[in-house]
Design a protein around this ligand. Structure first.
Ligand code: LFR
Length: 475
């Protein structure tokens, strides 16, 4: 069998990458073609994405991926995944009619509080998505309320992965997994929007198409001669859905999934949603999988804390060696007795993360760490405890028992975080040095291209030759 080449465009809120996948003899080899930093920019009081720069990086990456191919070989397909919730508003000609805001913009705070006072329970019962500041629902409600003329200008709302699919293929579709992060999908329907939520937030239903399932072929890449003949495939547009797809999980449902990056997404796969007051209080989000099932998960503030605090220290690590030295120094410190309250809203978008952490510690009459190693230790221990709390809450709510925590993403390379998670949860953490999101993205392309039968088969093949490290809980 010939080698099949595909490309994953995997866009995170703090960095993006284009990865070339080579599938041969049931084995996937990944090559990073391009990696670039990403950040939103503030203009006045608001935070925006620079989509032109972003698109430039995507096309640069795709050209680099094509240049990596052996002579005569072609890229069969490309798929795009991004973080959830953020979106663009367009007219039928594909013109942007409203500036794309970043989900960390404070503009949703008023709507968040208002919904918490009245309506959150009804919306949770309808959508299975809790009231969180980044929801597309709150963002679109604020857009429509602050700029009512937008309803005359916009005819379509595309999530960012949908928008890049459109730029690549010319086809406007709403893919289901990323749509399910919006708080606008009906948790009781197989695959549809929630009228209750759309009406509540006064969002025009005509802005959305009936969601399409992962695997749909959108057409050939346009405008990039290096990718002539390459098919654009709608993969799970939500990065977390891709990361979950890549988990080589036990089939009996006894593994808890943890995708660890800017956010820590702790959850599992289920045929049914987890609803009710306790789930709402624990902020369980019933997002959808590429197959349309449920992915109940809780979003814990993740490595964003560590990424941000680096900006407060001039002597921050600049390369892998310096990172390893920082983690080693942090490991040598005694385990912190008191941990951070990760639900502190000051951690959402602070001017200085160190100042936000210090303020919380001071309020609680606790001493601030002495140096960056101290903060690193405190942050990793706190996130580890956050992971364990989610696991215990899921066990209580569902009666399930999780035997292992499977971990992918940037955090799976962080020994301190893996060990802290195992210690707090009391079960082994299996970390895979795996670009989970890119792997899941490529998996869905291989299935759509009929090179692999289904996700179950892909996971089985993947786990056969995967590097893994087990962190046992310390007694
Ligand atoms: C992770 C992620 C989370 C989502 C958050 C905001 O990258 O997609 O799943 O809750 O970003 O969109």
């Amino acid at each position: 069998m010939k080698t099949l080449y595909t490309a994953a465009v995997d866009l995170g809120a703090t960095s993006g990458r284009v990865i070339l996948g080579a599938w041969s003899k049931n084995k996937l080899t990944l090559t990073e073609a391009h990696r670039f930093p990403n950040a939103y920019r503030e203009l006045g009081a608001h935070a925006y994405w620079e989509l032109g720069t972003f698109w430039h990086e995507v096309t640069t990456g795709l050209r680099k991926a094509a240049a990596l191919l052996p002579k005569g070989a072609k890229l069969a397909s490309v798929g795009v995944d991004t973080w959830g919730c953020d979106h663009v508003l367009l007219n039928d000609a594909g013109r942007l009619v409203f500036p794309p805001h970043a989900y960390r913009d404070n503009r949703t705070q008023a709507g968040l509080k208002k919904l918490a006072v009245k309506g959150a329970d009804r919306i949770y019962a309808a959508t299975g998505i809790p009231n969180v500041f980044y929801n597309t629902s709150l963002q679109l409600a604020e857009t429509v309320a602050s700029c009512p003329a937008v309803t005359d200008l916009a005819t379509r709302c595309l999530f960012l992965s949908d928008y890049f699919n459109y730029l690549l293929s010319g086809k406007m579709e709403n893919e289901f997994t990323v749509a399910s992060t919006s708080q606008l999908i009906d948790v009781h329907a197989r695959c549809d929007w929630s009228r209750t939520a759309l009406e509540h937030f006064r969002i025009p239903p005509s802005w959305f198409n009936a969601p399409v399932r992962a695997g749909k072929k959108l057409g050939l890449v346009r405008g990039l001669p290096e990718l002539k003949g390459t098919q654009v495939i709608a993969v799970p547009g939500h990065d977390t859905a891709c990361a979950y797809d890549a988990m080589p999980a036990a089939e009996d449902g006894s593994d808890l999934f943890l995708s660890s990056g800017t956010w820590s997404l702790v959850g599992f796969e289920s045929a049914t949603p987890v609803l009710g007051p306790e789930a709402e209080k624990a902020r369980v989000a019933n997002e959808r999988t590429g197959d349309g099932h449920f992915r109940p998960l809780t979003n814990v503030v993740g490595l964003f804390l560590l990424e941000q605090i680096m900006q407060d220290f001039r002597q921050r690590p600049q390369n892998d060696r310096e990172w390893a030295a920082l983690i080693t120094a942090a490991e040598k410190l005694p385990a912190p007795k008191d941990l951070l309250d990760l639900t502190d809203s000051a951690f959402t978008n602070p001017a200085s993360m160190k100042a936000a952490i210090d303020a919380q510690l001071q309020r609680r009459k606790l001493k601030a760490p002495r140096d960056l190693a101290g903060y690193t230790r405190l942050i990793c221990a706190s996130i580890g405890r956050g992971h364990a709390n989610c696991m215990q809450a899921f066990e209580r709510m569902t009666g399930r028992k999780f035997n292992r925590i499977l971990m992918v993403g940037g955090g799976s390379k962080n020994r301190l975080l893996c060990q802290a998670t195992a210690d707090a949860a009391g079960v082994p953490v299996v970390s895979f040095s795996l670009e989970g999101t890119a792997v899941g993205n490529i998996a869905r392309q291989l299935i759509a291209l009929k090179a692999v039968k289904d996700l179950k088969t892909f996971r089985r093949l993947l786990s056969a030759d995967l590097d893994q490290k087990v962190y046992k809980p310390k007694a």
